[in-house]
Each structure stands twice: as structure tokens, then as C-alpha cells.
Design a protein around this ligand. Structure first.
Ligand code: AMP
Length: 272
């Protein structure tokens, strides 16, 4: 595995690659969720590129940019073990200049995460577009865990006519059901145990749907009953384009939950 810091190094290498390139953009502190994306890319592409970049433009003022977990050495080992070909770890000054062309997420995205973190998706799309420009992947892998992000990146690729396949990847969970996240390390023991209610309530909702409960208000009430002692930011039931729906549509529904534990927001969702 080669570790690259500059755009020129990566571009020089890219010029000489004629086979499929699979790309996994990350912010590091890699866990089994990231690893599952890398493994899928490894199976489906001749060349695998991972980036680790804690992107400042997607953090709002007062968010955890400066305390976001960084584990560069462990991450390098993980990538090496996963047989990544190129690990791109640029500095902020490499990725951004003083004045930038800005990308704006569509107005429609100012709901759920877009509403809770206004401007967040502008930063995500900006950095992903830059990374796509540098890596020029054939296939790019994103987790369903960040469902709204996945949807916006899919839209960006379509709207900007980028010749890249966006590959959605399943959510990877701890054995007890907690969705893996680099931010789980912020939780104390009590919060960690309360956090299990996220996946439990999503599973309950899915089991009710399996028993033919299709009314989204009833399902939302059941979830919020289970979470009544937690600081729930939102529970939403939407179709794959993020329109709120009244009736569950099989194969076209996502149930999303966000709970706040002090400064830490935990996201989880289930695709029905
Ligand atoms: P991040 O490092 O948080 O920016 O995440 C990088 C990529 O990994 C994104 O596409 C995430 O959706 C994905 N990801 C993060 N956690 C998980 C998980 N538990 N399961 C699957 N994918 C994940």
C-alpha cells in the first residue's frame, strides 16, 4: 500500500490506471463499518483507494472538528490489512484554497440532518466532489448509515453528469445492535447502553411492518414510546427520496432516528 499526501502524487498514479478504481472516502478512526465498504470495493475493483480527511467545511461552528477522533497509525494498519492500494491523507491546505467555488445542496435537503446541521451537506458535497475529481473512481462506496448523505451524493453525481457509480453499503452494527460510528467513543457506559434503544426501536418498527402495520404515524408513536426517556431529535419515516410518507411503501421506505446524548448525536436508520 502506498500512502499519498499530495494531489499530484495521486493524479500521476491515476493517469496510468486503466482498470476499475473503487473509492471509499472516510474521515478516519476506521471501524468495521468502514472496513465493510473497503472489503466490498476490494472484491469489485482492481484498484482500491481510501481517503482519510477530516473535512472542516462539513462541521458547523461549535461542532467536534477539533476533537473528532484521529487514529492515523491504526487506520494505516487497517488499510494495509484490507489490501488497499492507495491511502490518500491530504492536509487541509492541500484540499482547500483561500477562495472556493461553492457547492450548494438543494433546498429540499434542508430537512432532518440538513435542518439540524444547516450547511453540513454543502461541505460534504464540496469535499466529495473534490475527491471524485482527484481519484476519478469507477465505483464509490457509501454507507446507508448516512442515508441522506448517500441520497445527496447520488443526486450530485446525476445532476453533474459524473461518470461514477455510487454503491450503497449495508449498515454494520456491534453485536448488540448499535450502529458502528467513529463518534460512539464519546459515549459513557450509561449512554452506550441507552443507545441500544435506537436499533431496538427500529427493529420493533420493522417487525410491526412485517405484521402489516403500514401506518407511519402509528409506527412513529411506537418508536417514540420506546425512546421516551431519551433526548430524541427526530424520528422520520420517508421514501428513498426523503419525502415524508403516511403509508409504508415496501422497498421504498427509510425509518430514521436521531438521539442526542449531550454533545453527541447518534444516527440510525433501517431500510424497509
Ligand atoms: P465517515 O468516516 O463517518 O465519514 O464515514 C465514511 C463512510 O463510512 C460513509 O460512507 C459512512 O456512511 C460509512 N459508514 C460509517 N459507519 C458505517 C456503518 N456502521 N456501517 C456502514 N457504513 C458506515
Amino acid at each position: 500500500m502506498q500512502i499519498l499526501k499530495t494531489i499530484e502524487e495521486l493524479q500521476d498514479i491515476r493517469k496510468n490506471i486503466n482498470s476499475n478504481v473503487g473509492f471509499i472516502p472516510t474521515m478516519g478512526a476506521l471501524h468495521d463499518g468502514h472496513i465493510s465498504l473497503i472489503k466490498k470495493a476490494r472484491l469489485e475493483n482492481e484498484i482500491v483507494v481510501v481517503s482519510i480527511f477530516v473535512n472542516p467545511t462539513q462541521f458547523l461552528l461549535g461542532e467536534d472538528l477539533n476533537t473528532y477522533p484521529r487514529k492515523d497509525e491504526a487506520d494505516k494498519k487497517i488499510c494495509e490489512l484490507c489490501k488497499v492500494d492507495y491511502l490518500f491523507m491530504p492536509e487541509i491546505s492541500t484540499m482547500y484554497s483561500e477562495e472556493e467555488i461553492l457547492i450548494k445542496a438543494p433546498n429540499k435537503s434542508y430537512i432532518l440532518e440538513g435542518l439540524a446541521r444547516p450547511g453540513h451537506f454543502d461541505g460534504v458535497l464540496q469535499v466529495v466532489l473534490k475527491l471524485f475529481g482527484i481519484v476519478q473512481p469507477t465505483n464509490a462506496y457509501f454507507g446507508k448509515k448516512d442515508a441522506q448523505q448517500l441520497s445527496l451524493i447520488t443526486q450530485m453525481v446525476k445532476n453533474l453528469f459524473l461518470p461514477i457509480n455510487i454503491i450503497p453499503c449495508e449498515i454494520v452494527r456491534e453485536n448488540d445492535g448499535l450502529a458502528m460510528s467513529s463518534r460512539n467513543v464519546y459515549l459513557n457506559n450509561e449512554q452506550r447502553s441507552d443507545a441500544l434503544l435506537l436499533s431496538k426501536s427500529l427493529y420493533l418498527a420493522a417487525s410491526l411492518v412485517a405484521k402489516n402495520e403500514k401506518n407511519t404515524s402509528i409506527l412513529t408513536n411506537k418508536i417514540s414510546e420506546m425512546m421516551k426517556n431519551l433526548n430524541v431529535e427526530y424520528i422520520a419515516i420517508v421514501d428513498r427520496e426523503f419525502n415524508e410518507i403516511e403509508t409504508i411503501e415496501l422497498d421504498n421506505t427509510i425509518i430514521l432516528i436521531v438521539v442526542r446524548f449531550e454533545q453527541t448525536r447518534l444516527l440510525d436508520n433501517i431500510w424497509i
